[in-house]
Design a protein. Structure first.
Length: 585
């Protein structure tokens, strides 16, 4: 962690007026009055001054860690935010949270910790904010679950809050082409079929990730950071600056300053998070071709915020919102390319100008989204040199990227991201696997046939527990040339880097007695994207007869954190929340 706090110098910020007058701040519960002398003594041991103790306490939640390049640089960003809070007249305090590296845990039992980490992050930030009586938050995120976890904590505490993203990693270079971690995962499958050599995989491994930052495509981290702008938690333009560029540190300072302003204005998440805010977030997600994980996280955030949002609404918004960005995993370009074209505001402007956003939705700046777009004045898409961006009138695809499928195999819904080349209709025999490892062994053996429907069950929020992502399997399938003629269905999740006919979040999950629990090898499964159908060729009576003979599996863990959170998770169709105050019955 950064060495903090430092004594205030003789700069102008030391002469800022006290915030202890007109603005009531809860940190005075631990800093004011004779009986709080012991508390102040503890603060003075860390170098805080009288001016600090009279100022609003802004907590900086920092998940810095050496376990992922997404978060390895966050201490430096937290230091910039700390200084900005200090200079703006606040009292900055910094504390750490956990993080899990999705990319490193991918394909292992450890991936079950990923979604659980979203809940632990939210719980830990809420606990510190509650226990220390802080007045506002700067929450920082790097790896995938940091973003929703931090924003969920801000929603729960309802403290004035600003979200700060750590930024994207720059693409690597392999044989003259730009590459990302997605290419490495897919190359594993290519080696299995002999289309690539072990030597090429080794060279690619050593060049794909050249430094700090989150995975570079429009995967989960960049999807959720982009959404932080659209939903109002972060100022416009803050999502796209790369992790190792000076602009990223400018954003850290802006976040610190804005957090102090939000406390002074008493602007809370409950003041700007509305149904319209969430609809704006979804519109941006589907227009960018963002990760399916955003469906899960936005449902969870909406429940925390007491905003009515159902899974079907993602499909409704996707039907009226065209896809206007062609980014990885469906395309070739990355977040860095989007940044050079003007960032997320360019896309927001195009949507807003075509009445596809609620411009009157308030943001953390105190201005509406429409006012923020006008204030920033980003260029129009047709005026930027970016062949991967399209106008609403001439889109990449006439509908957005997200589809919600239903049917007797998923009465509670299932989620698919269309990555441009997916067929509208797929039928084939089920090949059923009880866990991800079994499916990966089958794929690596080279036995996958065209028209197969690979079904991986017992990987849902409760059954996994933790709803593992299946990037290893989907990448191996794609690497073998089957991204367009093989479907993969699971009650688990997919990485934002997944492409192809990959359908996740099947609800009810197998562990809860969903139909996926009783599928058998050879059952004929139909995926029809146009009609939003996911079904198996069995009658209701046949399915019920199988379920009557079905025995629920024993929980995979008897104790510890996985058992605890596994017992708490709600269904994926409700965001897989664990907060008992917002869980559906």
């Amino acid at each position: 962690m950064s060495q903090k706090p430092r004594e205030r110098g003789d700069d102008d910020s030391a002469d800022e007026p006290s915030h202890g007058g007109d603005v009531k701040i809860q940190s005075h519960e631990v800093t004011e009055g004779r009986e709080r002398a012991p508390h102040r003594a503890m603060f003075r041991a860390m170098g805080y001054t009288d001016d600090d103790l009279e100022s609003p306490m802004i907590a900086i939640a920092n998940p810095a860690a050496d376990i992922t390049p997404c978060n390895v640089h966050l201490d430096d960003l937290a230091e910039e935010a700390w200084d900005a809070v200090d200079e703006a007249g606040g009292m900055p305090i910094e504390f750490g949270t956990i993080t899990i590296s999705d990319a490193i845990s991918m394909g292992t039992e450890g991936m079950k910790a990923s979604l659980t980490s979203r809940e632990v992050i939210a719980d830990s930030v809420e606990l510190v904010a509650f226990g220390e009586r802080v007045d506002g938050l700067v929450t920082i995120g790097g790896c995938d679950k940091n973003m929703p976890g931090m924003m969920m904590a801000s929603i729960r505490t309802d403290l004035p809050s600003v979200f700060l993203y750590g930024g994207s990693i720059k693409p690597g270079t392999f044989q003259g082409d730009e590459v990302t971690i997605q290419n490495v995962f897919e190359c594993v499958g290519s080696v299995a079929t002999g289309e690539a050599t072990e030597e090429e995989l080794d060279e690619l491994e050593r060049s794909a990730c050249p430094g700090a930052g989150s995975c570079g495509g429009m995967f989960t981290a960049n999807t959720m950071s982009s959404i932080s702008e659209a939903i109002g938690f972060a100022p416009l333009g803050s999502a796209s600056p790369p992790a190792e560029e000076p602009e990223r540190y400018d954003e850290a300072r802006r976040a610190g300053e804005l957090a102090v302003e939000a406390v002074e204005e008493r602007l809370r998440p409950s003041d700007f998070l509305t149904k319209e805010s969430f609809e704006n977030a979804i519109a941006l997600q589907v227009a960018l071709g963002g990760s399916t994980n955003a469906v899960l996280h936005l449902l969870a955030m909406a429940r925390e915020a007491d905003v009515p949002l159902e899974i079907e609404e993602f499909d409704e918004i996707s039907q009226r919102t065209p896809k206007i960005a062609d980014l990885q995993p469906g395309g070739e370009r990355t977040m860095n390319d989007l940044h050079r074209a003007g960032g997320v505001p360019v896309v927001l402007k195009e949507l807003h100008d075509n009445d596809l956003l609620h411009g009157d939705a308030l943001t953390v700046t105190g201005r509406t989204l429409g006012e923020e777009i006008e204030h920033l004045d980003p260029p129009a898409i047709e005026d930027v040199d970016a062949d991967f961006l399209y106008t609403v009138d001439e889109p990449k695809n006439p509908q957005g990227a997200i589809r919600i499928l239903k049917g007797n195999l998923a009465p509670g819904g299932a989620v698919l991201k269309v990555t441009d080349s997916d067929d509208l209709h797929h039928e084939g025999p089920a090949q059923v696997f009880e866990h991800e490892e079994d499916a990966m062994e089958y794929v690596q053996s080279g036995e996958v046939d065209s028209c197969d429907v690979l079904v991986i069950r017992n990987e849902g929020p409760r059954g996994g527990p933790g709803m593992r992502e299946m990037l290893g399997v989907t990448s191996a399938v794609a690497g073998q040339g089957h991204s367009e003629d093989v479907a993969l269905i699971t009650d688990g999740r997919f990485s934002g880097a997944t492409r192809g006919l990959s359908i996740g979040h099947v609800a009810p999950e197998a562990a809860s007695g969903g139909a996926i629990a009783v599928l058998r090898d050879g059952d004929q499964v139909t995926v029809d994207i146009e009609s939003r159908e996911l079904s198996v060729d069995l009658t209701d009576d046949e399915l019920q007869a199988r379920l009557d003979d079905w025995t629920p599996p024993e929980p995979p863990y008897e104790g510890g954190v996985m058992a605890k959170y596994g017992a708490l998770f709600a269904s994926a169709e409700h965001g897989a929340v664990t907060n008992p105050g917002v869980k559906p019955e």
